[in-house]
Write a protein that binds this ligand. Sequence first.
Ligand code: GLY
Length: 344
Amino acid sequence: MSHSRVSRRTFLKTGASALVPLTARAARREGPVVIASANGAACVAEALRQIQEGADALDAVIAGVNLVEADPNDTSVGFGGLPNADGVVQLDSAVMHGPTGRAGGVAALEGVMYPSRVARLVLQRTDHVLLVANGAQAFARMHGFPIENLLTERAREIWVRWRENLSNRDDYLPPHRPEDRNIGEDIRRSYDHWGTIHCSGIDLAGNISSVTTTSGLAFKIPGRVGDSPIIGAGLYCDNDVGAAGSTGRGEANLENLASFLIVERMRQGDSPQDACLYACQRIADHTRLRRLLNDQGEPAFNVSFYALNKAGVVGGARIRGAGGRMAVADAGGTRMVDLAYLYA
Ligand code: GLY
């Protein structure tokens, strides 16, 4: 291997304060709690509101992410999500219900604004766990979901600019207008963009459920499925232990089934944050291809994890960079919590 790695477990950092024993920051909260990725502030507030009115955690977290799925301004999830290389929005989602241990998911689903609701129906109304592509859409249609155009004008324009600027040897002639400057920046961001929303919650009965939903990698090869709809990768939930979910480079997570790993680490006594850091380290240790490493031999990509345990302790971590956050809602209100990280 062209790089060496020293164990970082003694030197793990958080955006809040470096080199502080991690468990010292694990604050236990009584009662319901909901967590989500950083794009989920409204999501956690809505899910907690529904839980406080008596909703099952599964219905509450799905209602929370529905706000983001329907939001045209979030280009990483649902309506308004950036499309695949052919300009088609393909959505992935999965749900897991702690009390029954059941799961449902859909992948490469086109034309349905709320893939998380279809994933719940897979859980409730089939003996299967995962439906994909045309089969998933036919199932959604069977249950009354309208088939809609999910490609917003903004997402279409970003896709066109991406396509036109892919090569200077094809027949597309990028217009290079001054007003394209911002679109170019959008393209740069979106190309690095592995958005998604994960949400997990504990309801009034102490039951835990989870959902992850995404439009996946912008401009992906048509048919590409990320980690989000894969149980154990994009999310995992065990009603006796806790739940975890992810955003970021799905391929790295698929090769490590990190959400399952996090829940198993929590089962063995890790705090949610420690368990998330453990998963980040596992991915880093398994990343050996030079094209995926920076000059320091560290993963050049990011994956973020969010977790809560049965006691209501929450925590998260990502591979790269201070400044990562997660959304948390509980009796104390809604707030953003710093993610720990492996590499600055
Ligand atoms: N984590 C989202 C994806 O890779 O599709």
